[in-house]
Design a protein around this ligand. Sequence first.
Ligand SMILES: [Zn+2]
Length: 257
Amino acid sequence: MQLIDSHAHLTNKALSVQVDDVMQRSHDAGVSHVITIGCDASDSKACVRLAKSRSDVYCSIGVHPHEAGKVADGDFDKLAALADEACVVAIGELGLDYHYDFSDRDSQMRVLNMQLAWAKELDYPLVIHCREAYDDTEAALIEHGFKDRPLVFHCFTGTEAEAGRIAANGWRISFTGIVTFKGSTELQAIARAYPDEHLMMETDSPYLSPTPVRHVRPNEPAHVAHTARFLAELRGVPFEVLAAQATRNTRAFFRLP
Ligand SMILES: [Zn+2]
């Protein structure tokens, strides 16, 4: 049995200070690889540095909407300089977050558009962060020509209608520990019906510890096994079958070597 955590933040201080132990516990839990996700230019650089130093870590590069208000001159040149590194497998996470609004919406939109214009020229899948901003996110993606290109709405928490529109645009969603929470009935219905050949899981660690380790902080990649186990039960398939399928999907989507 082998799993991949398709979205974690190993460069977050909660994990970066113990990354060797975190990865050892991942392997012990059957999680062979982790994709660590960049949140701004300097974090993306740290992700590349980490991924270059370990054969069990890949990374993405990009600017999170929370950081959009802090983008400085030259940040995009820094990102562009990282794009050819062999350990980079995606652009992201990028998108819009109207739930927290940590950056003002104009900055979020400007930084999203800049990244989409840049990413369009590159041959990478996109990792999208979208919270209570589906319409604007979809419109920007379509305007930049991303319909039917490889793109995942990570940590999807939207509605069934939004999940349907994502599928109609040829895009995917991926599931975090949120799907394991008792109150997540709509998300569980979406996960139950989600096509086998598109299923992917992630921790989004150090955040969002899944049930039954919901109160363990920080969350870490080993815990993606709990989400996989929950999804297997929800979908009525053996855990090993679901794990193998999700690993195949993740490898193909991110074109992991
Ligand atoms: Zn994330």
